[in-house]
Design a protein around this ligand. Sequence first.
Ligand code: G3P
Length: 218
Amino acid sequence: MKFFIDTADVAELRRWHELGFLDGVTTNPSLIAKSGRKIFEVLEEICAIAPVPVSAEVVATDAEGMLKEAAKLRAIAPNIVIKAPLTWDGLKATRALADQGVPVNVTLCFSAAQALLAAKAGAAYISPFIGRLDDIGEDGMQLIRDIRVIYDNYPWLDTEILAASIRSSDHVKEAALAGADVATIPPKAMEALAQHDLTDKGLAAFLKDWEGTGQTLL
Ligand code: G3P
């Protein structure tokens, strides 16, 4: 499974990128707003730090406007992936961009039928929002499972399933079990991935016993 980081916070990005296992970055208008920075400036910095696919979202709601914004966003760096919403206009723009060889991440997916449409439109990624479905009492992970089955039924659909709106390390595990190709993980959930009480306790015990030997490794 590929690990993307879901952030527009450059300090967080740098930290996780330096660990060496970051396969991509996703941003959205809310994350850009949270960063408090200008969109082109922050995306340029992100692309320079991490030479991996970086999703940048359009904000126009008509296909023509989306295509104009996409051209400006793509001019930032060659690793920019255009993020477009799952609307008919978003799908129209996706088809046009895919035909030009531009990778598109179709976002705000809440049903398997929507995911099928995005794949038909030539999306490079589909972003089903797990956490937001859980928030309204639905089973977000079931959506990932359903999309996996549908895409596997038609192997010529080469859209990657990018599990989004991830809130916990359990979401990452479940998405991996369900066969998501990618998880885009917010920094807090990324941090939680390595944490286990028994790891902390075990390490403390090993270090205490080691100290008792009076030895050093260096
Ligand atoms: O990638 C989309 C994701 O950032 C949405 O997450 O937590 O705002 O539902 P959330």
